[in-house]
Design a protein around this ligand. Structure first.
Ligand SMILES: Cc1ncc(COP(=O)(O)O)c(C=O)c1O
Length: 492
């Protein structure tokens, strides 16, 4: 920084700048204070003196006067009308918002409309958060994601509209993933069977709207993902629950539900179900698929946790079906990044075309930038290294939380220790007041997800869902202790 002479003393330029800054600020506040008094005494609509007059009156520079006027404008006291002048703002009386007219326009809300789940709440930093369904940042391939986004921003994808069904290379990747586990003798899916989605939540809505007529039944495991229940109710379809346990649904009960309801679609999660963590055996998968085929129906297979195997791998049923009965959803949101929200639906025949039409009506196409970034991440050699590391981290976290629960909440029953996924699903003693427990836990600094939201009809008991992929696993034992204490109070 150079020196300039000031009254015979050498002063650095930065010191002068600083001095001018403070002087301007100081005289600007002085003008604001004086003008404020004037404005408050004047009647609304009065015209302020011109800038030139104010400069002369306050012996300040035009910059300082303009700054003072901007401050008064921001405080809502004056308004400037370009080319006309500056005026005292007309007083606006505050009045309460009245949207009463919407009551008549909207009518009574449909009984089936549910609000967004408590699992979607954002948590402050200092709480122990078991409620959310998302993995913590340390479980994401952050380096791959940042590099992929930078590369995508430099490529064509940043500027062009991609095809409605998705970038062809990404369609191929999703098809190839299924092809890898397709048995011999079965035709693997083609890239053109893949429709890229802006998240599979949006795919669920499109699939339900495209394949189930308004008011018609749809079978769903109970418990099941709250977002699927929500999507079904928004699509106006009637959810028929089918009980499902650690082994998946009982094929005979499923067959009965198809017969009694006349449904043509069954939504299920054969691998690491949200919330229960259940994974169907290969035999159960084959039996269920057989029931679906016999009833001329679709199985919507939601493979949301494909990348979260711990002691097993996810085996998509869709890989063994080339008859178009399985509509397969695969999400990359939680394994690549919640900010690169990309997924896909794989469907064959006219069902695929109907889903594409429904998806087009909803979203038209998925940002090419996000598609290119997602493809970049999953095709890097580092992706598989990341998934191997993730497996170990999830196992350590799952085991720590399960051990902490056993120690501090012996009354809680885990139906199974999941072989993959992100959650533990615990049944609490009958009679537990879940609302009170959730509130008391929150007051003690622990967020839990009450299980009722995962039941399409009446809950089968008091359950809670605890995510072991959230932040700060070191606090899991303390979190479990606090839940245990709140549980005793809720049952007292
Ligand atoms: C079972 C299941 N399916 C689908 C989704 C939707 O995921 P996304 O829209 O991010 O792909 C979720 C998200 O939590 C989920 O848990």
């Amino acid at each position: 920084m150079g020196d300039v002479p000031l009254g015979g003393i050498a002063v650095t330029v930065s010191t002068v700048a600083l001095l001018l800054y403070f002087m301007t600020n100081d005289s600007s506040s002085r003008i604001v204070a004086r003008l404020r008094e004037w404005v408050l005494a004047a009647s609304p609509g009065s015209r302020l003196p011109s800038t030139r007059a104010l400069v002369a009156e306050y012996q300040a520079s035009p910059v300082t006067v303009q700054k003072a006027l901007r401050t008064l404008d921001a405080q809502g006291l004056i308004e400037s009308r370009p080319g006309v002048g500056t005026f005292v703002r007309a007083v606006r009386t505050a009045r309460p918002a009245d949207y009463g007219w919407q009551t008549a326009a909207l009518g009574t809300p449909p009984a089936h409309l549910r609000p967004l789940s408590a699992a979607m709440r954002s948590a402050p930093n200092d709480v122990i958060a078991f409620h959310s369904g998302y993995p913590d940042r340390e479980l994401l391939p952050e380096r791959l994601v940042r590099a992929a986004l930078a590369r995508a921003s430099r490529g064509d994808a940043a500027l062009f509209r991609p095809p409605a069904a998705g970038l062809p290379e990404l369609q191929s990747w999703f098809a190839q993933e299924l092809r890898a586990s397709t048995p011999s003798g079965t035709n693997p899916p083609n890239p053109s069977d893949v429709i890229v989605l802006p998240g599979t939540q949006s795919g669920l809505s499109s699939v339900f709207r495209a394949l189930v007529a308004d008011g018609q039944p749809l079978l769903m495991e109970s418990p099941s993902y709250w977002g699927a229940i929500l999507a079904a109710s928004q699509a106006g379809v009637r959810v028929v629950p089918v009980p499902s346990g650690p082994e998946g649904p009982d094929p005979e009960e499923l067959a009965r539900a198809f017969q009694e309801s006349g449904a043509r679609l069954f939504y299920a999660q054969p691998n690491y179900a949200n919330p229960s963590g259940a994974q169907w055996s290969a035999r159960r998968a084959e039996e269920v698929l057989e029931v679906v085929r016999q009833h001329g129906a679709f199985l919507v297979e939601d493979d949301w946790a494909h990348d979260f195997g711990i002691t097993s791998d996810a085996e998509p049923l869709a890989a063994g079906d080339d008859s178009g009965h399985v509509v397969y959803l695969r999400s990359l949101t939680k394994s690549v990044s919640p900010a690169i929200r990309v997924g896909a639906v794989v469907a064959r025949g006219p069902a695929r075309d109907r889903i594409l039409a429904a998806q087009g009506a909803e979203a038209m196409y998925v940002s090419g930038l996000l598609q290119a970034a997602a493809l970049d991440v999953v095709t890097q050699p580092g992706w598989h290294t990341h998934l191997r590391g993730l497996r170990h981290q999830l196992q350590a976290r799952r085991d720590l939380l399960a051990t902490s629960l056993r120690e501090h909440i012996p009354q809680a029953h885990l139906g199974l220790l999941p072989k993959g996924g992100l959650n533990l699903w615990a049944r609490l003693p009958d009679g537990t007041d879940l609302d009170r427990l959730t509130r008391d836990c929150e007051a003690a600094g622990v967020l839990i997800a009450p299980g009722n939201e995962w039941f399409p009809a009446e809950p089968a008991g008091p359950f809670i869902r605890l995510n072991y992929a959230g932040p700060n696993p070191g606090a899991f034992p303390e979190g479990a202790r606090l839940i245990g204490r709140a549980l005793e109070q809720a049952r007292a």
